[in-house]
Ligand binder design. Structure first.
Ligand code: FES
Length: 102
C-alpha cells in the first residue's frame, strides 16, 4: 500500500536549488530543475553528506563534501568516490503542493 506525504510547496524551491524534507525521519532532497521536480535520498552514499547542499547543474548534483556526482532523476552515482546510487522517490505535484509517494 502506498503512502503519500505532502512535503513542500513548489514556491519553496527555486529553479536550480534543492530543499531537504523529512519523511518518517528520513531526509529526502527535493530538486527543482527548470521547473521540474525530483526527489532522491538526501544522504550521500559515500559518507552521508547532505546532497541538498550540493551544487546543481542540469540534472546532476555534486556532493558538497568529496565531489561525487549523482543523477537527480534516478539517484544513479556518476563518479567516484560514490560507488552506489542513492534512492529515488516518486513525487507528484498538485497545485503548488509537492507530494512524495512511497
Ligand atoms: S560524502 Fe558525498 S562524496 Fe563523500
Amino acid at each position: 500500500m502506498t503512502k503519500e506525504y505532502v512535503v513542500a510547496k513548489t514556491s519553496d524551491i527555486a529553479p536550480g536549488t534543492a530543499k531537504q524534507v523529512e519523511v518518517d525521519g528520513e531526509p529526502i532532497a527535493i530538486f527543482n530543475v527548470n521547473g521540474e521536480f525530483f526527489a532522491i535520498s538526501d544522504t550521500c552514499s559515500h559518507a552521508q553528506a547532505s546532497l541538498s547542499e550540493g551544487a546543481v547543474e542540469d540534472f546532476v548534483v555534486t556532493c558538497p563534501w568529496h565531489g561525487a556526482r549523482f543523477d537527480i532523476k534516478t539517484g544513479k552515482n556518476l563518479c567516484m568516490p560514490a560507488v552506489t546510487p542513492v534512492q529515488k522517490f516518486d513525487l507528484k505535484i498538485e497545485g503548488d503542493a509537492i507530494t512524495i509517494v512511497m
